[in-house]
Design a protein around this ligand. Sequence first.
Ligand code: GUN
Length: 284
Amino acid sequence: MAAKIINGTEIAAKKRIEIAEEVKKVKNSGVTPGLAVILVGDNHASRTYVRNKQKACQELGMHSVLIELPQEISETELLFKIEELNGDQNIHGILVQLPIPKHIDEKRVIESISPLKDVDGFHPINIGRMMTGQDAFLPCTPYGIMVLLEEMGISIAGKHVVVVGRSNIVGKPAGQLFLNEHATVTYCHSKTKDLKKHTAQADILVSAVGIANFITADHIKEGAVVIDVGMNRNDAGKLCGDVVFEEVSAKAGYITPVPKGVGPMTITMLMYNTLKSAKNTLQS
Ligand code: GUN
């Protein structure tokens, strides 16, 4: 049977309506949620992502600031800018678009963002809080995956989740969020031996590898939920995921397409986190 398509565009739109409603309420209390995005250099893909983040802010009635810095900026100058934003009452979320130039220490930059404004959920304090099941800003892409499954009514407790990929942004935190929801989690990566042996046991398979056509029908179990986080270009230059959609969707129970799957959820959860940060200032 053909898999049910998990429509990320539709679910993101529904969530954005809810967020916009909440933004109105927070504004009525005198606070406009504000996001600052820092873009260093002129990476074409980063520029597109940043533009989409700003557009989403505008659509939801949030304040947004884009800070464009030259490729050659020193680490000290970047850290100074972040420090300024940490103290800016109109800014509730700070995001430094990655990757940043090699001469700047990414870890130091991430750790310089106030954990209270770390709407990416990349700061070690937020990661530690997530790992210990405390309230935290959750990384947007893994968080978006959890919301997709919740919206589809797909249960997680007791399921075997196999995550392929172990990046700090997607793979590692995705596994942790599933563990927090009582799944049994297996991580696979480039050094994993006999990948198919693991993936074929997955009730829920998350692929965050970044290689087109990486997951084929013989990687998956009949009826599995397949979450494709890949954002690749095929030989024709068309956007595609890690999963060979046609053959895998004929065997899976549910599948996220690329585009219109996980992608739209990432920015939606960024908006959610920025709203949450603004609300936190009302409570304190
Ligand atoms: N580059 C690619 N994805 C992301 C993301 O989620 N956050 C940031 N800050 N940079 C990215």
